[in-house]
Design a protein around this ligand. Structure first.
Ligand SMILES: [Zn+2]
Length: 854
């Protein structure tokens, strides 16, 4: 009783406080405009507000308006505060927690009757998430966000009031604040010069650049995690609109419907909902006299890696818009003769039913981008308001259908024991929980179980199963539609985790408890001794090796014929705590086996070009995650030579030879000029310096296309890429003959080679080619090894995704190594650490680094 009374008092105090806040806000006579806050007209030519100004403005708006609140999503990679404005009527905001609860129940309607769902859909508010500017150079939406927030906070007309009464808007002005700041700083630095509006010579995210929108099923980056938490654990928005920009010479805006192909497991109601929104967007744009509106173009309904796409498999409506770009904030004049189609849905730039009113060309500016974006944001809000009840009910319907269509008792089972890397297997289960998927621990505590009969069951099936890309042809005898991005995302295969789809008895299923806190494998030191050992087939063993070497302790790798290699650690005061932290269980050893070889702390340099390589960022990210000491090397340092003084290993991330050697992004034609300090590549001098580095004992690791850098005359290695231009009479292999756009392929690994230590004999490797190594007999001073190779028969090559022309990979090498002088070269033709997703092959990269010191 007492507790209740106290609670009542607290509630009434809270009520008074919020009432007082509301009165205070009402008293603030003036709601600041964006221009008053930032000091210039937002959207004017050559003017940009940076993220800090935008966040400051939204906070000022929240302080002055009772329709706006601010939530903090978390910190960014570089420590900025990620904000989200919550915009609705004051009444809805007061009942925010209640509407979140309604949304959560509709997303997971288990236990509710049809009538209860109907009542909740009637009572709930449409929760509408609008995310802006995930791609930092697509700057318009970050500026538009201020204007739209101001409009929603101040408009007094009936229409706006009705829309706000029906919805709660979650407005994220930038999904990558760090990059927004980099781009605005770069733009301001060069405005008024010949480099105004030009390319930046580095990635616009500390690690992943443009790939921040390729991270939404793996959730590796902090910004992705922050948004994911708000979406699938706090707000459960029914609708997600993500506003982007595209190229400058085609249509002015892309709206739904999406282009083909379409993913089998996404509920068709998702597309029906999206198309309702798209229809209203198109109508309002035409009504406002905006030309160049296209749908069914370029952006498919198949790939789950981007913001709102991932949500489709979780019964969420999600729409992408893409507006044509200017040169950042600088107007761009497009001549009518420069307008072009060339993408799926618009082969030639002509009037057609999905493009009824082509833009005629002319000047295109930031203001135009923002005007189109304001119109589609309003249209989406209007659709949410008009179809509120139906759309909310639809989410519950989709969740029901996901459960009804699942085979009863079917689960994805991830055994905990018997995994090559039990920690990575556990990480997969934890990732599913982070996605909002229900994961259970089996009654005997030996497996994680993911029931397919759950609201997000289709998401689980998509992520745990394998892909077969649909070969959709737009016309008879035409080629197939190309995938938008990669064609495979089978998480167990990419992570090297065993999982199977099995059917449980009702008793087995009910014995399995839902678990939110995934238990990690038992960790620490078992027994006491001078040494401790752990199987060298767990990625975290490398993190422990790096930590202990950094602490000045000794680490060894030991390999007896026919046995799993082991990593051996000398006893050290920090060993137990580090092992605990990394979930590793170490066994004591009385003495050091005689075959143990010491591991040396390696100084790793990652080459960084001014033609930014996203793979450079991902490589740096993965190595930092595992505690490797890495440093970037830029052109000047490479050219200066004497690289052995500072590095033991140099990694050349995926880049073309032109980008690395000449600093050019393409073989021929126009490319954007960078300011003088950023022009050129490592040049011939740099290539010679790399060769000198190897001869004096250094190790070079090349990733994917970067193998071309060491395949020239300078190194004279007995290897060629049979799919590269050099062997195909001046042009590369054509996609009509060979097309593997990001798939998982079977490779065999030589586990006796130090780069293959601890690996299984056969593994799924991520491949986006076109690379197939062919080695030949070397000169006497060179040794060559094939570390991994593709199967003899094309039909055995594809594991998940899409592979056309796989016969060209038959019996070809996937990874090779050379020793030359005192040093080594390792070339990976497949994507060994692709987007930090391929944990199943990370170890080969880690091995290659440590091989350099053996
Ligand atoms: Zn984009």
């Amino acid at each position: 009783m007492l507790r209740h009374r106290r609670l009542a008092i607290i509630v009434s105090i809270l009520g008074l406080v919020s009432l007082a806040q509301a009165q205070q806000k009402a008293k603030a006579a003036h709601i600041p405009t964006p221009a008053e806050s930032v000091g210039f007209e937002v959207g004017a030519d050559r003017k940009l507000a940076d993220y800090r100004q935008i966040a400051t403005y939204l906070k000022a708006l929240a302080a002055a308006s009772d329709r706006v609140e601010i939530e903090t999503l978390g910190k960014t990679t570089l420590g900025e505060e990620m904000v989200m404005a919550v915009i609705s009527t004051p009444e809805n905001l007061r009942n925010k927690a209640h509407y979140q609860e309604v949304a959560r129940k509709l997303a997971d309607p288990r236990g509710l009757t049809r009538e209860q769902v109907d009542a909740l859909a009637g009572e709930g508010k449409a929760i509408f998430l609008l995310t802006c500017n995930i791609h930092s150079t697509e700057i318009g939406s970050s500026q538009m966000a201020m204007e739209w927030a101001y409009k929603l906070a101040t408009a007094q007309d009936e229409e706006t009031r009705r829309r706000l009464g029906d919805t709660i808007v979650l407005l994220v002005p930038s999904l990558n604040p760090d990059g927004q700041i980099m781009v605005t700083e770069w733009y301001k630095k060069w405005v008024g010069t010949r480099y105004e509006g030009g390319a930046m010579p580095y990635l616009y995210h500390h690690y992943v650049g443009h790939d921040d929108n390729r991270d939404w099923y793996m959730l590796t980056q902090i910004e992705t995690k922050n948004m994911n938490r708000a979406v699938y654990h706090e707000w459960f928005p029914q609708f997600w609109l993500d506003e982007h920009q595209m190229g400058a010479n085609g249509p002015r805006i892309y709206i739904p419907p999406n282009a083909d192909p379409v993913a089998k497991l996404v509920n068709p109601l998702v597309h029906r909902g999206n198309n309702l929104v798209g229809a209203d967007m198109g109508w309002r744009l035409e009504e406002a006299g905006k030309s160049g509106v296209i749908y069914g173009y370029s952006f498919d309904a198949y790939w789950p890696g981007g913001t709102r796409n991932t949500g489709w498999w979780k019964n969420m409506y999600g729409v992408l818009t893409e507006v044509a770009s200017a040169r950042i904030a600088t107007p761009l004049e497009v001549a009518p003769t420069e307008l072009q189609g060339g993408a799926k849905g618009l082969i030639t730039y002509e009037q057609q039913i999905n493009f009824p009113n082509p833009w005629p060309g002319g000047v295109w500016r930031l203001r135009d981008i923002m005007d189109y974006e304001l119109l589609v944001s309003d249209a989406a809000l209007e659709t949410m308001s008009k179809y509120r009840k139906e759309l909310l009910r639809g989410v519950a319907t989709m969740a029901r259908q996901a459960m009804d269509s699942a085979e009863p008792g079917t689960v994805w089972r991830i055994p905990i024991e018997g995994q090559r890397d039990p920690i990575t297997a556990t990480r997969l289960a934890a990732l599913m929980v982070e996605h909002g998927v229900e994961v259970r621990l089996s009654g005997d505590k030996k497996s994680f179980l993911i029931p397919t009969a759950q609201p997000y069951g289709r998401f689980a099936d998509e992520m745990m199963g394998i892909q077969r890309y649909p070969e959709v042809r737009p016309a008879p005898n035409s080629g197939i539609l190309e995938p938008y991005d990669v064609a495979a995302w089978s998480l167990p295969l990419m992570m090297g985790v065993q999982a199977e789809r099995v059917r449980l008895t009702p008793a087995e299923l009910s014995a399995a408890a839902v678990t939110k806190d995934i238990p990690w494998p038992a960790a620490g030191l078992a027994g006491t001794g001078k040494y401790y050992t752990v199987a060298d087939q767990q990625n975290n063993a490398f993190a422990l090796a790096n930590a202990m070497l950094k602490a000045g302790s000794q680490v060894f790798v030991s390999r007896k014929a026919g046995e799993t290699p082991a990593m051996i650690f000398a006893a050290h005061p920090q060993l137990a705590v580090n092992a605990e932290k990394l979930h590793l269980r170490l066994q004591s050893l009385a003495e050091l086996p005689k075959e143990a070889v010491p591991m040396k702390a390696m100084r790793v340099g990652i080459y960084k070009s001014y033609i930014p390589s996203i793979d450079e960022g991902w490589t740096r990210f993965v190595l930092e995650q595992y505690g490797f000491g890495v440093k970037n090397i830029e052109n000047k340092e490479v050219k200066a030579g004497n690289l052995n003084n500072a590095y033991d290993v140099i990694i050349l991330p995926d880049s073309s030879r032109e980008a690395v050697v000449d600093g050019r992004s393409s073989r021929e034609g126009y490319f954007e000029e960078l300011p003088p300090e950023y022009t050129g590549g490592i040049g011939r001098d740099g290539v010679r310096a790399l060769k000198d580095f190897v001869e004096k004992g250094g190790t070079i690791i090349t990733l994917a296309r970067a193998s071309e850098v060491v395949m020239g005359d300078e190194f004279n290695l007995p290897v060629r890429n049979i799919l590269s231009s050099a062997t195909e009479r001046g042009r590369g292999v054509q996609t009509a003959d060979f097309n593997i756009p990001g798939s998982l392929l079977r490779i065999y690994v030589d586990t006796n080679h130090p780069v293959g230590y601890g690996m299984p004999n056969e593994v799924a490797a991520f491949y986006d080619g076109p690379i197939a190594f062919q080695t030949s007999a070397p000169a006497p001073d060179v040794q060559r090894s094939v570390i991994a190779w593709y199967p003899n028969e094309a039909r055995d090559i594809l594991v998940s995704g899409y592979a056309h022309g796989a016969e060209r990979l038959e019996r070809k090498a996937a990874a090779v190594s050379f020793t030359k002088g005192k040093g080594k070269i390792v070339m990976f033709g497949f994507r060994v650490q692709h987007r930090a997703q391929t944990e199943g092959t990370f170890q080969m990269l880690f091995n290659a680094i440590y091989w350099g010191g053996m």
